[in-house]
Design a protein around this ligand. Structure first.
Ligand code: ATP
Ligand code: MG
Length: 608
């Protein structure tokens, strides 16, 4: 594209003038086109039920419904969405917070290709092990290609090619790009998409300790990101999954609709994903076989299923065996798989009967820690220990407390990878006379998932969306509803908001939207304002022409009460929404008082 920015803006203004010819409003106001709703592509037809098949709640409106009806997202096909201009603004605000925090810890932003070739994926084994989630296809020369689901292979190859000396480390490289994963069950709009936006950082250090220090620095950066976004979050010990490695944490928005279950100790606060939570095993050693369940874990090889090793593990009654916990101490080669089967009868020592398979694990590349911890012996003696999937009510694995469950949405995941990728792709460094593999970490944030998850966590069913101030597409919307409160009135309030100063910052600059769609009824536009979830709505009714008063509606998550102010008259306040009548000339004073507790969300104070 050869168009310059200036030409683009001039082009937009010309287009705006053309559009204005069809509108009763003049285009010469102080409100720029991008601040006018008549300029934007927004849905004007609101369907009452979700047209998004198989998604969201059955009763009431799901967040996907609300985001669709309010014009944030548009579904193209299962798990694939267009981010409409409003959502794009939310994404930009999330990305800006992430960029600032990544750059604060030395992150350098790059953009890797999404179209990848499989050579490096074959070297790490993920071409073979990723399975159906990988989008792959052939190019015109019949060469295999893939759409990047993650970028460890690519970034490691870049660093191997470009970095020659230990002096060039540490390196912290990141990007925010689309990822492609053919998810088995795409669901809930942007929460689990097949094409989605992710921020992924990859770190490269010389020495294990430096890499672990990097991991901790990144954990702090993540806490700052999520602290600034302002949705209640939890940090959980996690499993490393297919990415491998040994130190891993997940960041979650705590919410009932989440797919994940976290277990949190009511005493020491230890929090982990239930998949990997350590819990004091309730196995009753004194109890007979009726109390505890026995499972046989087998490593099986080849198409005939030859058993290479087997071991019996004992799990407390009412608990399931944990594939992850068994996997962690049992190495499996790429031509092997692990099967876990219940030992049905007491006399069944697993070699005589044919227990039914309850889980099969595909070949995995194991990290060194697991390999060291394993024993290759075959035994039919039951191994007691923490082999179960923990659940609420279990004893905490760290202290004497009790684990409690909470549902959550995973929004970020950080890993210390060690040399898993550097070894497979031969990225080494000569340091103090020794050649060693570079130590890596990877750090992901689900940017598009955050958009929907934040909406989910901050909204209340039946009342529309409600954005956290930190990522709201606009901070305020002006809705002229009375006959005589047209463009002039909107312009006056628009300019009054522009000069509002909260702690020295003009927070409303480029952050105000005017609903000038005069071809829609006042009721429709007021409904839309509520549905869109912009934190501050200013309604220009008949009181504006009579006495210069506007109705202010504040919907800010976490704002329980609105401060009493001599410059306002409260209309209603219910913890979700506060309404008051304010004179235009008092708007500045009123808003800076109302918003002064929101400085972190407004980016004017540090996260503590
Ligand atoms: P999940 O367990 O939810 O599938 P994951 O472990 O596969 O997540 P990572 O590979 O660690 O996820 O990706 C980093 C982040 O990207 C996740 O924490 C999540 O926020 C986001 N993410 C992962 N898969 C999706 C998806 N299908 N749609 C939207 N966001 C996603
Ligand atoms: Mg996944």
């Amino acid at each position: 594209m050869s168009n310059s920015g200036g030409a683009l803006i001039r082009g937009a203004r010309g287009l705006w003038q053309a559009r204005a010819r069809f509108s009763s409003k003049s285009s010469s106001s102080g409100i720029p086109p991008e601040g006018r709703m008549s300029w934007m592509l927004l849905p004007t037809k609101k369907v009452s039920k979700s047209n998004v098949e198989g998604e969201g709640r059955t009763a009431g409106q799901s967040t996907t419904d609300m985001l669709t009806k309010a014009g944030y997202i548009y579904q193209s096909s299962a798990g694939i969405y267009t981010l409409m201009p409003l959502a794009q603004r939310v994404m930009q605000k999330i990305e800006l917070i992430i960029d600032e925090e990544m750059q604060r810890v030395g992150g350098q932003k790059l953009a890797m290709p999404n179209l990848l070739t499989p050579e490096n994926w074959k070297k790490t084994g993920r071409w073979q092990s990723t399975g159906d989630e990988l989008f792959s296809f052939k190019d015109r020369k019949s060469a295999a290609m893939l759409l990047g689901p993650t970028h460890e292979e690519e970034v490691t190859a870049i660093v191997k090619d470009m970095v020659r000396s230990y002096r060039q480390y540490p390196l912290r490289l990141y990007q925010t790009t689309r990822k492609f994963r053919d998810e088995a069950r795409p669901r809930a709009g942007l929460l689990r998409g097949r094409e989605f936006m992710m921020k992924d950082m990859y770190t490269f250090d010389v020495g294990k300790q430096q890499a672990i220090d990097t991991f901790h620095a990144m954990e702090t950066a993540y806490r700052r990101c999520f602290g600034r976004i302002g949705v209640t979050y939890a940090v959980a010990d996690a499993d490393s999954g297919n990415i491998g490695g040994s130190l891993s944490k997940e960041f979650h928005f705590v919410n009932q609709s989440g797919e994940d279950t976290l277990l949190k100790c009511n005493s020491c606060g230890y929090t982990a994903n239930e998949e990997r939570a350590l819990s004091k095993s309730p196995v009753d050693k004194a109890a007979g076989a009726g109390q505890n369940k026995r499972y046989v874990a087998r490593v099986v090889e080849g198409s005939d299923g030859k058993v290479v090793k087997q071991r019996i593990v004992e799990v407390a009654h009412g608990h399931e065996p944990s594939v992850l916990k068994i996997k962690r101490v049992w190495p499996i080669k790429s031509n092997q798989r692990l099967e876990i089967a219940e030992v049905v009868a007491d006399h069944d020592d697993s070699s005589s009967g044919t227990p039914s398979i309850v889980a099969t694990i595909e070949p995995l590349l194991l990290d060194d820690c697991a390999a060291e911890a394993c024993s290759s012996s075959s035994t039919s003696e039951a191994v007691r220990g923490d082999w179960h999937v923990a659940k609420a009510g279990d004893g905490c694995g760290e202290c004497g407390g009790v684990l409690e469950a909470q549902r959550a949405i995973e929004v970020g995941h950080i890993f210390y990878l060690g040399d898993k990728y550097s070894k497979a792709l031969d990225l080494s460094v000569l340091y103090q006379g020794q050649r060693e593999y570079v130590q890596m970490g990877c750090f992901g944030i689900g940017v598009s998932r955050i958009l929907q998850a934040a909406a989910e966590c901050s909204s209340v069913e039946g009342r529309g969306l409600r954005w956290p101030l930190s990522i709201a597409p606009y901070l305020a919307t002006i809705v002229p509803v009375a006959e005589n409160s047209g463009t002039k009135a909107a312009e006056e309030v628009f300019s009054a908001l522009g000069s509002v100063c909260v702690r020295g910052a003009h927070i409303f600059k480029d952050n105000v939207l005017v609903d000038d769609r005069d071809y829609l009824s006042a009721g429709f536009r007021l409904n839309d304002a509520q549905l869109m979830g912009i934190p501050l709505t200013i309604v220009l009714g008949s009181g504006f022409a009579e006495s210069g008063q506007v109705e202010v509606q504040l919907r800010v998550p976490g704002m329980q009460t609105m401060p009493e102010s001599p410059s306002s008259t409260s209309i209603s306040s219910d913890g979700y929404e506060h309404r008051a009548r304010v004179k235009v000339e008092d708007l500045g004073e009123f808003l800076s008082q109302a918003l002064q507790s929101q400085c972190v969300a407004l980016g004017m104070a540090e996260v503590v």
